[in-house]
Design a protein around this ligand. Sequence first.
Ligand code: FE2
Ligand code: FE2
Length: 190
Amino acid sequence: MASETKNSQPFLTDIKTLRERARSNLQTGAVTFTYQGDVQKTIAILQSVLATEIVCVLRYTMHAVAAAGISSEGVKAEFSQHAKEEAQHAQQVAERINQLGGKPDFNPTGLATRAASEYGNAGNLVDMIKENLIAERIAVDHYRELIRYFGNEDPGTRTLMESILTVEEEHANDMHDLLVAHEGRPMLPG
Ligand SMILES: [Fe+2]
Ligand SMILES: [Fe+2]
């Protein structure tokens, strides 16, 4: 009677098994056997992040154009730089949605309600800076929560959100510094 020697189960999946799984799961793209997150939920969350970033692009772009008054040039340049970085975030998040098998939602209909941040209606330079600071703080809080949510279930999405969070923290800091420069002190409501 042939007895089959059973290999002890390795802690890490062996390369052969990994390759076989990767081949058999080609149609699912980046979502492989070891993905532990809820893919549909991740895609839904990222659609809201995408909307948040698009609203930030629109707001900063409008501010960069509309900002006026004494010493507005430096502020306009800052708004313009932030608009570019928010556009990069939107692109990165859209790529991730695509990797996970979703279709990134760029539809302008309902954009504002999908987003965590607001477009705003500031009429002067200082109000613009305040609106941006508030929007950045909302993004920072929101993204920190998401990073905790993704944890070890989805390290790819978590790492992406961590890299975006770092930039949002810099943005919040930039807006805070501008507010102090223009008002002498931070003047956030509440
Ligand atoms: Fe952003
Ligand atoms: Fe930002």
